[in-house]
Design a protein around this ligand. Structure first.
Ligand SMILES: NC(=O)c1ccc[n+]([C@@H]2O[C@H](COP(=O)([O-])OP(=O)(O)OC[C@H]3O[C@@H](n4cnc5c(N)ncnc54)[C@H](O)[C@@H]3O)[C@@H](O)[C@H]2O)c1
Length: 337
């Protein structure tokens, strides 16, 4: 499908998912304005490498602004010269555990920053804003798989609470200003150019350097691991299909132009199975440091993706047996391991 929006504003464009989405948009010919604060939550060198790769490959199709979108004045000034027809808002303070240490970073980027992006969507009358939510909004829900119709009112971390708040604030903007909005609840995304604060990276790094890996809840965890290419396909499929302002109920229950979807792999893997697959990919037997559950974490995630499949044709194709070796191969090249 050819998109109806020529230029797309992508926030968090030097982040893991943002850089991959920006790449896919430009690969199909759409100019991207990318913004990112380049904060040091994890090594800035990785964010710079993602950004530089986009600049090298796409030249003038890519405009990058180093910018903190929690600062409304600076954001308005930086965006003033640019036209864009849609927004993919992926910039945020991510990470469950860090939200126990630095809650203010989440308040600034995920609450103030989200309102700022909604205000920009409103001022520019964009055709659609797709934004990132998270599977963490389901908290400790025990009914698996998680469906967008399930209640998600009992978050167990501030990170999750800010993501749920983003969904609620978005609903009011869809109601008051009829801005087409789509919230995507991502489930544990992994793959090349991934995030160093996530288990996949940490396990690989430690296994390849002969160190033990920290395994929480004594390994009694399961996650719906979703490969980055599947995620990118889903984000673009959503972007191309803004929810209609027709009074009909959307995925997630809104009767405003606001849809909410799970975007996962539709299968949940035991953590110990992931470790086996990583052992094969790394050619190393993992030494396990079994630990109790961490505060703020949830034992299981598993996405029911029926709504997204029904509305967009989303069909993830990458099991961990394929995606994990691809990540490990990329990791070895990136760090020179
Ligand atoms: N990766 C996952 O498994 C996962 C799971 C659930 C939800 N999410 C959500 O998806 C989105 C993208 O995640 P990611 O994995 O790419 O994370 P990431 O940390 O790699 O990317 C986020 C980017 O946003 C930037 N950023 C943060 N605050 C900013 C601000 N105030 N102004 C400008 N830029 C800012 C960061 O510098 C970073 O580059 C986030 O909203 C995250 O919460 C990700």
């Amino acid at each position: 499908m050819v998109s109806q929006y020529p230029t797309v504003l992508v926030t968090g464009a030097a982040g893991f998912i943002g850089a991959a989405v920006a790449e896919a948009l430009m690969a199909r010919g759409q100019p991207v304005i990318g913004i990112d604060s380049m904060n040091d939550y994890y090594p800035v060198s990785l964010k710079e490498a993602r950004r530089d790769r986009l600049v090298a490959r796409f030249g003038n199709l890519f405009t990058f602004c180093k910018l903190d979108f929690a600062d409304m004045e600076a954001t308005l000034a930086a965006l003033a010269p640019h036209d864009f027809g849609a927004i993919v808002h992926l910039g945020a303070q991510a990470g469950v555990r860090y939200s126990l240490e630095n809650p203010q970073a989440y308040v600034a980027s995920n609450l103030a920053g989200h309102v700022n992006m909604l205000e920009i969507a409103r001022a520019r009358q964009v055709g659609h804003m797709v934004y990132a939510s998270s599977s963490s909004v389901y908290g400790g829900n025990e009914k698996l798989p998680f469906a967008v119709e399930d209640r998600a009112d009992h978050p167990v971390s501030l990170y999750a609470a800010t993501k749920k708040a983003d969904e609620l604030m978005s609903e009011t903007y869809a109601h008051l200003f009829r801005i087409p909005l789509t919230g995507l609840r991502f489930f544990t995304v992994y793959g090349p150019w991934g995030r160093p604060d996530m288990a996949m990276w940490k396990f690989t790094e430690r296994m390849l350097s002969g160190r033990p890996i920290d395994v929480y809840n004594h390994g009694e965890m399961q996650r719906d691991f979703t490969y980055i290419d599947d995620i990118v396909g889903g984000v673009l499929a959503c972007l191309d299909r803004p929810p209609a302002d027709d009074g009909q109920a959307k995925a997630g229950g809104s009767v405003k132009p606001h849809a909410l979807y799970n975007i996962g792999n539709n299968r949940s893997e035991r953590l110990m199975r992931l470790i086996e697959v990583l052992e094969d990919a790394c050619g190393v037997k993992a030494e396990l440091n079994l630990l109790p559950m961490q505060p703020g974490d949830v034992p299981a995630t598993y996405a029911n993706i029926d709504a997204l499949t029904r509305d967009t044709g989303y069909a993830p194709t990458t099991p961990i047996e394929i995606g994990v070796p691809r990540f490990v191969e990329w990791y070895r090249g990136y760090v020179g391991a």
